[in-house]
Design a protein around this ligand. Structure first.
Ligand SMILES: NC(=O)c1ccc[n+]([C@@H]2O[C@H](COP(=O)([O-])OP(=O)(O)OC[C@H]3O[C@@H](n4cnc5c(N)ncnc54)[C@H](OP(=O)(O)O)[C@@H]3O)[C@@H](O)[C@H]2O)c1
Length: 365
C-alpha cells in the first residue's frame, strides 16, 4: 500500500482551511496533515509543522517556506486570503509541489509568473467555479473549447435593485445568501468583485482569452460553471453549495473520494435561473476585465486596492459603494508597469498606499 499524501494547509483555521481538515480527517488512509498555519485562532492539531501567527510576523514567512518546500510535503493547500499568499505559493511551486489554490488573489496579482512556475502540471483549483470548469475539461482537447461561463450567486444585493448601496451595513454585506465564507471573500461576493477576480483567475488557469470568458448570475448556486465547446455542446458541473466537494476534488485528483458530500437530488435541480449581470450597478467585472486586458501591474493594483478598501469598509471607515469606487480611482491613476515580480509587488504597494491616503473614500454623485 502507498503512503498517505502529506498535505500542508495554509490558513487552517479559516473557512476553507477547516473544511480541508475535515476532508483529510475523513480519509485517514489517503491523506496526512503534514503541516498547517494558524493565525489568531487555533485548530488544536498536531503536525510536523505548526506555524502560528500571520504573514510578516517574525519567523512566520521563513518557517512557512521550510514547510512548503520540505521534501516530505506532497501537496500544499493555499487558503490565506489576499496578496500574502503569493510568496508561499511561489515557494511551493518552485519546489515542485502540487498546489491546491483557494486564494484567487495569487493568480490575479501574478497569474503569468505563477502559471509559468507551475508548468505542465498546472494548479489544482479550489474555487468552486474553477473546479467546475476543471472537471468539465477533463479528457477534452483545449482547441475544442469555445467559451467558459462562470456563474455568480449575485450576492445579497443583486436581487434588491432599489437598495441604496451607499447605505449597506457591514452586517448586511456579510450575510451571503448561499455560502458561508470568510469576511474578505464575502464582501467581494457582495460587490461582485469576487467574479472579477475569478474571471482573471480562470483566464490564467485555463489559458483562454478574456473575451472567451463570461459571467452570468445564477442565484441558486447549483450550477457551479459551464464550458461551451465548438460543436455547440454545453457541459456543466452541478452540486450543492458545499466547498468540501471542490476541496475533495483538488486533494484526490485524478481520483474521486466516495461520499465527499451528500448527492444532489433531481428535485433540487428544478427552477434553476440564469440572468445577465447588471454591469452598470456592479461594475467590478468590467474593471477586472479592463485591468487584465491592460496587464502588467494593473491586476495587482485592482487586487490591492480592493483588499485595502474592503478592510476600510469592514472597519466602518468607508461606505460599501466606496469599495469599487476606490478600485476604479486607483486603476485610473496608476501609471502602469510591466509584469516582473518586483514591478508587481511595487504596484501592490503603490495601490495600498494610494487607497490608504484617499480622503474619505466616497463616490461622487
Ligand atoms: N470560504 C470559501 O468558501 C471560499 C471559496 C472560494 C475561494 N475562497 C478563497 O480562499 C481564501 C481563504 O478564504 P476563507 O474564506 O477560508 O478565509 P477566512 O475564513 O477568513 O480564513 C483565513 C485564514 O487565513 C489566516 N490568515 C488571515 N490573515 C493572515 C495573514 N496575514 N497571514 C497568515 N494567515 C492569515 C486566518 O487565520 P486566523 O483567522 O486564525 O487569524 C485563517 O486561517 C480567500 O482567498 C478566498 O477568496 C474561499
Amino acid at each position: 500500500m502507498t503512503r498517505p499524501i502529506n498535505v500542508a494547509v495554509l490558513g487552517a483555521t479559516g473557512s476553507i482551511g477547516r473544511q480541508t481538515l475535515d476532508v483529510i480527517d475523513r480519509n485517514p488512509g489517503r491523506f496526512k496533515l503534514f503541516g498547517l498555519t494558524e493565525g489568531a485562532r487555533s485548530t488544536n492539531r498536531e503536525a510536523e509543522y505548526l506555524v502560528q501567527g500571520h504573514a510578516g510576523e517574525p519567523d512566520f514567512d521563513a518557517t512557512v517556506e521550510a514547510m512548503v518546500t520540505d521534501p516530505r510535503c506532497d501537496l500544499v493547500v493555499v487558503a490565506i486570503p489576499g496578496a500574502r499568499a503569493l510568496a508561499p505559493t511561489m515557494a511551493a511551486l518552485r519546489a515542485g509541489k502540487e498546489v491546491a489554490l483557494a486564494t484567487k488573489e495569487v493568480l490575479v496579482m501574478a497569474g503569468e509568473l505563477v502559471m509559468r512556475l507551475a508548468g505542465e502540471k498546472g494548479i489544482r483549483p479550489v474555487d468552486s467555479e474553477h473546479s467546475a470548469i476543471w472537471q468539465c475539461l477533463w479528457g477534452e482537447e483545449r482547441e475544442n473549447v469555445r467559451r467558459l461561463i462562470i456563474t455568480a450567486s449575485g450576492g445579497p444585493f443583486w436581487s434588491q435593485p432599489n437598495l441604496d448601496l451607499d447605505q449597506v451595513t457591514v452586517e448586511q454585506a456579510l450575510n451571503h445568501p448561499r455560502w458561508s465564507m470568510g469576511p474578505k471573500v464575502t464582501v467581494d461576493s457582495a460587490t461582485l468583485m469576487n467574479k472579477g477576480l475569478e474571471l482573471i483567475e480562470a483566464h490564467h488557469l485555463f489559458g483562454l482569452p478574456l473575451a472567451a470568458i463570461s459571467v452570468c448570475v445564477h442565484p441558486q448556486s447549483v450550477v457551479h460553471s459551464l464550458v461551451e465547446f465548438v460543436d455547440g455542446s454545453l457541459k456543466a458541473q452541478l452540486g450543492r453549495p458545499d466547498m468540501r466537494l471542490p476541496i475533495a476534488v483538488a486533494l484526490a485528483y485524478p481520483d474521486r473520494l466516495p461520499d465527499a458530500v451528500p448527492p444532489t437530488t433531481i428535485q433540487e435541480l428544478s427552477g434553476l435561473e440564469f440572468y445577465d449581470l447588471d454591469e452598470k450597478r456592479f461594475p467590478s467585472v468590467r474593471l477586472a476585465r479592463e485591468a487584465a486586458t491592460t496587464g502588467g501591474g494593473h491586476p495587482a493594483v485592482l487586487n490591492a486596492a480592493n483588499e485595502e478598501a474592503v478592510n476600510a469598509f469592514l472597519a466602518g471607515e468607508i461606505p460599501f459603494s466606496g469599495i469599487v469606487w476606490a478600485v476604479e480611482r486607483a486603476l485610473s491613476d496608476f501609471s502602469g508597469c510591466k509584469g516582473t515580480l518586483e514591478e508587481i509587488l511595487e504596484a501592490d504597494r503603490w495601490a495600498r498606499a494610494y487607497v490608504r491616503q484617499m480622503d474619505g473614500i466616497r463616490p461622487v454623485g
